[in-house]
Write a protein that binds this ligand. Sequence first.
Ligand code: FES
Length: 136
Amino acid sequence: MERRSVLKTTIALLGTTTLLSLGYPVLRFLSPTVRRQSGEKITIRKEEIPPGSARELVFEGTPILVINRRETGFIALSRICTHLGCLVGYDKYKGQLVCPCHAGVFDLDGQMIAGPGSAPLRQFFLTVSATHVTLG
Ligand code: FES
Protein backbone atom coordinates (compact mmCIF):
# COMPACT_ATOMS: atom_id res chain seq x y z
CA MET A 1 0.00 0.00 0.00
CA GLU A 2 2.76 2.44 0.83
CA ARG A 3 4.52 1.57 -2.41
CA ARG A 4 1.39 2.45 -4.37
CA SER A 5 1.15 5.80 -2.58
CA VAL A 6 4.76 6.67 -3.43
CA LEU A 7 4.12 5.73 -7.05
CA LYS A 8 1.00 7.91 -7.22
CA THR A 9 2.83 10.87 -5.70
CA THR A 10 5.74 10.45 -8.14
CA ILE A 11 3.40 10.28 -11.13
CA ALA A 12 1.50 13.33 -9.88
CA LEU A 13 4.76 15.29 -9.51
CA LEU A 14 5.95 14.26 -12.96
CA GLY A 15 2.59 15.22 -14.46
CA THR A 16 2.62 18.62 -12.78
CA THR A 17 6.20 19.28 -13.87
CA THR A 18 5.41 18.28 -17.45
CA LEU A 19 2.31 20.47 -17.48
CA LEU A 20 4.23 23.49 -16.17
CA SER A 21 7.12 23.00 -18.58
CA LEU A 22 4.72 22.88 -21.52
CA GLY A 23 2.39 25.61 -20.25
CA TYR A 24 4.98 28.27 -19.57
CA PRO A 25 6.20 28.60 -23.19
CA VAL A 26 2.60 28.70 -24.40
CA LEU A 27 1.77 31.50 -21.94
CA ARG A 28 4.91 33.42 -22.98
CA PHE A 29 3.93 33.04 -26.62
CA LEU A 30 0.40 34.27 -26.04
CA SER A 31 1.28 37.21 -23.79
CA PRO A 32 1.87 40.53 -25.59
CA THR A 33 5.39 41.79 -26.01
CA VAL A 34 5.90 45.03 -24.16
CA ARG A 35 8.82 47.29 -24.99
CA ARG A 36 9.63 49.60 -22.17
CA GLN A 37 11.49 52.86 -22.41
CA SER A 38 14.00 52.94 -19.61
CA GLY A 39 13.66 56.66 -18.97
CA GLU A 40 17.39 56.60 -18.33
CA LYS A 41 19.22 59.91 -18.54
CA ILE A 42 22.92 60.58 -18.43
CA THR A 43 24.29 64.09 -18.01
CA ILE A 44 27.91 64.94 -18.80
CA ARG A 45 29.70 68.25 -18.41
CA LYS A 46 30.68 69.55 -21.85
CA GLU A 47 34.23 70.25 -20.69
CA GLU A 48 34.70 66.50 -20.16
CA ILE A 49 34.53 65.99 -23.95
CA PRO A 50 36.64 68.69 -25.63
CA PRO A 51 36.20 69.31 -29.40
CA GLY A 52 37.64 66.44 -31.42
CA SER A 53 37.32 63.89 -28.63
CA ALA A 54 34.81 61.25 -27.61
CA ARG A 55 33.66 59.46 -24.50
CA GLU A 56 32.55 55.85 -24.21
CA LEU A 57 29.42 55.12 -22.17
CA VAL A 58 26.76 52.49 -21.80
CA PHE A 59 23.28 53.92 -22.32
CA GLU A 60 20.10 51.84 -22.12
CA GLY A 61 22.30 48.75 -22.22
CA THR A 62 24.05 49.80 -25.43
CA PRO A 63 27.71 50.76 -25.64
CA ILE A 64 27.81 54.22 -27.19
CA LEU A 65 30.19 57.02 -28.04
CA VAL A 66 29.39 60.65 -27.32
CA ILE A 67 31.51 62.58 -29.80
CA ASN A 68 32.22 66.29 -29.81
CA ARG A 69 32.68 66.92 -33.54
CA ARG A 70 34.79 69.99 -34.30
CA GLU A 71 32.44 71.52 -36.89
CA THR A 72 29.02 70.18 -36.00
CA GLY A 73 29.03 69.59 -32.26
CA PHE A 74 27.87 66.68 -30.14
CA ILE A 75 26.42 63.41 -31.38
CA ALA A 76 25.71 60.10 -29.60
CA LEU A 77 26.20 56.95 -31.69
CA SER A 78 25.97 53.27 -30.92
CA ARG A 79 29.32 51.48 -30.95
CA ILE A 80 27.66 48.33 -32.33
CA CYS A 81 28.73 47.89 -35.93
CA THR A 82 25.78 47.42 -38.26
CA HIS A 83 27.61 44.75 -40.24
CA LEU A 84 28.01 41.93 -37.70
CA GLY A 85 27.95 43.65 -34.33
CA CYS A 86 31.57 44.25 -33.35
CA LEU A 87 32.30 47.38 -31.34
CA VAL A 88 33.58 50.34 -33.31
CA GLY A 89 36.23 52.63 -31.88
CA TYR A 90 36.86 56.33 -32.31
CA ASP A 91 39.95 57.32 -34.30
CA LYS A 92 40.48 60.92 -33.28
CA TYR A 93 43.32 61.43 -35.77
CA LYS A 94 41.23 60.45 -38.81
CA GLY A 95 37.93 61.68 -37.36
CA GLN A 96 36.26 58.35 -38.07
CA LEU A 97 34.74 55.37 -36.32
CA VAL A 98 36.56 52.17 -37.19
CA CYS A 99 35.38 48.59 -36.81
CA PRO A 100 38.24 46.19 -36.06
CA CYS A 101 36.48 43.08 -37.40
CA HIS A 102 36.12 43.71 -41.16
CA ALA A 103 37.62 47.19 -41.53
CA GLY A 104 34.28 48.98 -41.60
CA VAL A 105 34.62 52.76 -41.40
CA PHE A 106 31.92 55.22 -40.37
CA ASP A 107 31.96 59.00 -40.57
CA LEU A 108 31.13 61.11 -37.52
CA ASP A 109 27.46 61.24 -38.54
CA GLY A 110 27.37 57.44 -38.26
CA GLN A 111 27.23 56.74 -42.02
CA MET A 112 29.28 53.79 -43.26
CA ILE A 113 31.84 55.10 -45.74
CA ALA A 114 33.89 51.92 -46.26
CA GLY A 115 33.55 48.25 -45.51
CA PRO A 116 31.14 45.41 -46.05
CA GLY A 117 27.95 46.93 -44.63
CA SER A 118 25.84 49.92 -45.54
CA ALA A 119 23.52 50.73 -42.65
CA PRO A 120 24.39 53.72 -40.45
CA LEU A 121 25.15 53.45 -36.76
CA ARG A 122 22.17 53.97 -34.46
CA GLN A 123 21.98 57.53 -33.19
CA PHE A 124 20.75 58.41 -29.70
CA PHE A 125 18.84 61.56 -28.81
CA LEU A 126 20.75 64.13 -26.81
CA THR A 127 20.29 67.73 -25.77
CA VAL A 128 23.06 70.24 -25.34
CA SER A 129 22.85 73.15 -22.90
CA ALA A 130 25.43 75.83 -22.21
CA THR A 131 27.27 73.56 -19.79
CA HIS A 132 25.99 70.01 -20.17
CA VAL A 133 25.14 67.26 -22.64
CA THR A 134 22.20 65.08 -21.65
CA LEU A 135 21.36 61.72 -23.16
CA GLY A 136 17.77 60.52 -23.07
S1 FES B 1 31.41 43.74 -37.89
FE1 FES B 1 32.03 45.74 -38.36
S2 FES B 1 32.66 45.66 -40.38
FE2 FES B 1 32.04 43.65 -39.96
